[in-house]
Every structure is written in C-alpha cells, then in structure tokens.
Design a protein around this ligand. Sequence first.
Ligand code: FUB
Length: 448
Amino acid sequence: MNFTKTILAAALMLSAGALAYAQNPIINSAYCADPSAHVFNGRVYVYPSHDIPAPYDFSRKDWFCMADYHVYSSDNLVDWVDHGVIVDQNYVPWVNRHSYSMWAPDCNVKDGKYYFYFPADNRIGLATADTPYGPFRCEEQPIQGAGGIDPCIFIDDDGACYLIWSGQGMRIAKLKDNMKEFDGEAKTIQHDTPNRGLKEGPFMFKRNGIYYFTFPWVDENHECLCYCTGDSPWGPFKYQGKIMEQNPQCWTNHHSVIEFKGKWYLFYHHNDYSPNFDKNRSVCVDEITFNDDGSINLVTPTKRGVGVTKATSKIELDRYSKIADQNHAWIEFLRTESPFEGWKTVFRNNDSSRNPIWVEYDRVDFGEKELDSVLVRVQSNVGGTIEIHADSLQGPVIATVDIPGKGGGEWQEIKSPVTSQMKGTHDLVVNMRSGLLMYIDWIKFIEK
Ligand code: FUB
C-alpha cells in the first residue's frame, strides 16, 4: 500500500468553520502566508501556509514557524469558508515533528484527483484527495529528486504536469501520470531576471498562449513580485518587470494568479495583523490586469480588496479605498493585544481645519429594497456629526448621524434614519461634519 492510512477527516477538520470577510486581509482567524489559489468546480480554493508563534519545542523564535495547512474557499471572493486542517506535520511519516517547516504549498486537480504538494525539512511531499478540501492521504516518502521549498504544480493545456520549486535555482520537472515521480530529468529554469537578491516562490500560469513564470525576488531589501514570459514551461524566460513592489514592513511576499468569473486576481501576503513581526503574515487579494500585448500592470495593494459588500452587513470603513490626509484620518487596531478583532477609523479635527475629514469605501450593494436607517458603531467623548454620502463627497447624503458624546472610551451604536434611498451598487464617503475626535468601527444599513 503506497498511502499511509487515510487521515481521519474528523481529527483534522476540528477547526473548520465559516467566516465572512470581504476585505483585505481575507483570512482573519489565523496568520496565513504564501497563498496558492485555484478555481475548482467554479469555486476559489486558497491553500496558504499557516504561520504560528513559535512553540516551546521550536528554538528559532524569530523565524517562520508552521505545523499544518488549512484550505479556505469562496464562491464570491467575499465570504470565505475555513475547511480546517488538511495536512499536519504530526501525520506525515517522513517529517520531523519538531521542524515546523511546512512552508508554501500548492494544489491542483488531474482526472478528478487533487494533488497537494508541500515542503518540509527541505524536501517536497505529496498528499492526495478526492475533493479540494480533503481528506488528504500523505505519501510515505517525499518526492525523490525534489530537494527545496515552495512547490508549484502547473498543468498545461495538453494535460502535461510540471512540478516547479525553489532549490538550487528555480527547478522544473515533468511528472509521470502517478504525479509523484519525475518523467525525465529535472532542469534549472533559465531566465534573465537581473541577478541581485534571492528568488523563490515560483508560480506558473498560462494566458493567451503565453507562459508566465512569476516569483518573489529581493530586488532591494525586501521581496517584490515579478514576472517573466516564455513559449514553453521549460523556458527560457524573458524578464518583463514587477507585479508588485516590495513592502518595507514585510520581508517576504508570495503569490498566485487566477482567472475567476472573467477577471484576474493576484493573491499575495503582507503582515497587516502583525506589524511588528513579519513572520506572522496575512493573505490578501487584489485585481490584476493585463495589456493587449500580455504585459502586466503593477498591482497596488489595497485594504479594500475585491468584491462587493452588502449594505446590510458591517461595512468596515478602516478597509477604505481612499482617505483624507493622514493628519486628520487614519486607522488603529481596536485592541492592539487582539489584532484579529480588526481596526477602527480615527477622524481627528486637531487644527480647526476647514477641510473635510472623510473616508471612502467603494462598492457597496444596496439591493432593491427600501432602506430604513443606518447603524454606526462609534466612540467619541465629545460627539459630533457625520454625513454618509453616495458616490462622492459631493454625492447625495444617504444619512446624517448625530453622535452624542460619551466619556470613558465607551462604544455606542447610534441609529439614524436614511434620508435618500439608494438602489444597486455605490461607493460610500463618510465625512465628519463636526466634532473633534471620533472613532468609527463599522456602519451598516437596515432595510424597512
Ligand atoms: O513562508 C515561508 C517562506 O517565506 C516561503 O516558503 C517563501 O516563499 C516565503 O514566503
């Protein structure tokens, strides 16, 4: 028997559950990095690595520490489901249980079977399943000949499967039908990216006949994302430019690219929930666009992310699309000791400025029903007034909300009638019309 015993789904899916988060980062229940996204049966599945703070038996307290993998899925890029643990270092026969080295994985489907490749102990392992979310069965041994990290499994239009990974250089090997043995020799991928810092995390995809070989690369001091193009998975590849600039707050980045419902998306990571320790990272997604010649436009990371937010759900203004000048409006954690609770938006009129103090949140779906009121979760010692506009600061006022002052840093939920009815999807601009200092957690609309 080639497989170890089927891992009991119940044992590994203890933490499965639903979570809804419409903005970046998309996963707010755990630190996650290295997101490999794929579309299986019309649904997006994301296979990230799972960062944890170092436990007692891992001595490198300042290093990447990962013991297992979860998979997350969504059919709208807004509501995400955590399917729980799919592979755990304690259940893989060849992995040292104290190595915590389950770095960036990838998964793909062939003939109805799902093949999940993961690194550990500088080798690459395989687990297979009949569904994208498991239960996965681990092979007894790692893949022979693939020493390194960051596996990517690329399947060409003709069904040929390639394992690409980061070892001594970027390596590629064609796989036999069993998906676990090389069909011929592994090769080093030839590309002409300027030879400065580390390159790792390869991800390959094909679009309009062009093969895109993409990877994080330390151009200056941190990893940017860049891409090369070629005519074959084997290369050679020509360097074309960057997909995303480096983020000076986070040394690594790691990504994947998918097409979903006619648009293309870039999944990547930053360290939003852990600004002081960049080995506890978080997964984000933003749209990626191509020009007619196949070149990629630089993606600017956003807080707003992708997808449309329902007006009747909590609209987290701190995941803004645009904001007034940073002296008058900014974000802070609700509680720094508990970052997954999220952020609040701070409105501060500290110099009697007559300039509007505002925040813009794009793409809110009001549906077709009549609105009754808006609810605002807010904190303010002295109170003030906010206006909620549709479309722009000059657009119609949907509601004016008077916030009574309340001392002691207490939160209030203030309800106010809607004065202009909205239908369909609109951007929102929230403006502090009067007041000195106000914190807003979220707003939501209530239908009649
Ligand atoms: O997550 C650990 C490592 O950091 C990955 O394997 C690299 O790609 C980098 O993101």
